[in-house]
Design a protein around this ligand. Sequence first.
Ligand SMILES: [Zn+2]
Length: 218
Amino acid sequence: MLITDAHTHRKYTGGCSGFVRNAFLPRPETLDRINYFVSAGLHPWYIDNNWAGAYSRLLDVLQHPRVVAIGECGLDYFHGPDKAVQWHVFEAHLALAQHLKLPVIVHLVRAIHDLIPFIKSRPNTLVLHDYRGTEEETKKLLDYDVYFSMGRSYVKNINRSARFIPANRLLTESDTGKISVQDVLTKLNTELPEQGGIAQLNEQITKNFFNVYPKIKS
Ligand SMILES: [Zn+2]
């Protein structure tokens, strides 16, 4: 059974096509040598005064066949630079994603309430990684092209919104690797018994993965 990992920082150890590694800002020549898929973008924690230079280097790699998503990028109201700078950089990523028709892996900390009204005017496909929204926020987000990537916060019970998310919007992720995608899937299965068991639930999540990342052929 293929278990997909929609966002991870782990090293690729082979054998899984359903794996998107966060590469931050990779050099184009390194992408020619890898046999897995990556996302590329400016993480909000690492935005500094030179972000425009990094952003222009990003433009050089996004059309590479190994880059299947933009990100992780986003908004972190707890760490990182000034909110206004973060918003500026995030909007630049969204515009680029729209232009290149790539999904965006979004890092969101204490900023969901600001994102919801903003995405009304945006056609992007968003992967909200390590999703932590409340029931109310989740229900509002369902109106948009948003996927909910469940990971560490879900396994650790920080997030309890899975039962409000339709199965065709769920993804699984290992992120920094403190938990595994198998842990996430096992927990989802116990919480969503109506999905018909772990194999059926995973089949739906795998389908979602390939829908979100169409550059990866299933
Ligand atoms: Zn991450």
